[in-house]
Design a protein around this ligand. Structure first.
Ligand SMILES: Cc1cc2nc3c(=O)[nH]c(=O)nc-3n(C[C@H](O)[C@H](O)[C@H](O)COP(=O)(O)O)c2cc1C
Length: 230
């Protein structure tokens, strides 16, 4: 039987998982290129559907391009606020990105020409996106272990970012990643501190066998009654 990691190694894995935060506050010191390479390599070792490795990563080093991406996000932030109705003002008070402060800005995209990849995607084509999300999460966790913060920004018009980066038509940006040094990591999700949302109990997300009846179409919400305490 395969051996598990040593106790300190296992603790380090869970620590990275629990102490990773989506960061929006950065200090602008540069990221060591050797560390950046390790993080990109961590992303590139993510699982991917049919091993298609659909991630493409653009490192933004041109200040005017960074500013243009920021402007695109700002436009979408205002559109999102308008779409939120009653929660508009509450949303506008949230800091949703640190794009101008972070040491490194990366755009994570889906490659073009993905149609020929059928394995694992015939009925679930969105598994390419899931694979890119795995790459981002690898990088997020590794960054936390390196003492670097990362923030995933998804407030942008896809075509606008595609055009800015001169992506081929079939490619699709899925995240603008702010990466860099931070003074301190938030000790809980910032959206929780700001009372935007809170973590659901695990029991509300884990079912035994079938979906609980109360959650079936026409049901009245989350059911935790069928889940036993762990
Ligand atoms: C797919 C995805 C897109 C996200 N987009 C944004 C975003 O545009 N702006 C933002 O402030 N946070 C964004 N987040 C971060 C979430 O708000 C954050 O993960 C959540 O509040 C939980 O906080 P934590 O990551 O610190 O645990 C995104 C997260 C994911 C996974």
């Amino acid at each position: 039987m395969a051996k598990r990691f040593s106790d300190p190694d296992r603790a380090a894995v869970y620590r990275a998982i629990h102490e990773r935060r989506d960061m929006r506050h950065f200090v602008s010191d540069p990221v060591d290129p050797v560390v950046l390479k390790r993080l990109l390599d961590a992303a590139h070792h993510a699982p991917s559907v049919g091993f298609m490795q659909p991630w493409r990563i653009a490192r933004i080093t041109d200040a005017s391009l960074r500013a243009a991406l920021h402007a695109a996000v700002e436009r979408e932030r205002l559109n999102t606020a308008d779409a939120l109705g009653k929660r508009r003002d509450e949303f506008m008070k949230l800091k949703v990105e640190g794009m101008l402060e972070c040491g490194e800005l990366l755009v994570m995209a889906l490659m073009d020409d993905r149609e020929k990849h059928i394995f694992g995607r015939r009925t679930l084509p969105e598994m390419d996106l899931a694979s890119v999300a795995c790459a981002i999460q690898n990088m997020w966790l590794a960054a936390r272990a390196e003492g670097l913060g990362m923030g995933w920004v998804s407030l942008f018009d896809v075509d606008e970012v595609r055009t800015l980066l001169r992506m081929p038509a079939g490619a699709r940006p899925v995240g603008i990643l702010c990466l860099g040094h931070v003074d301190a990591f938030y000790d809980q999700p910032m959206l929780e501190t700001e009372r935007w949302a809170s973590r659901m109990p695990l029991e509300a997300c884990v079912f035994e066998n079938c979906w609980p009846e109360e959650d079936a179409p026409g049901g009245d919400g989350v059911n935790v009654s069928t889940v036993k305490d762990a």
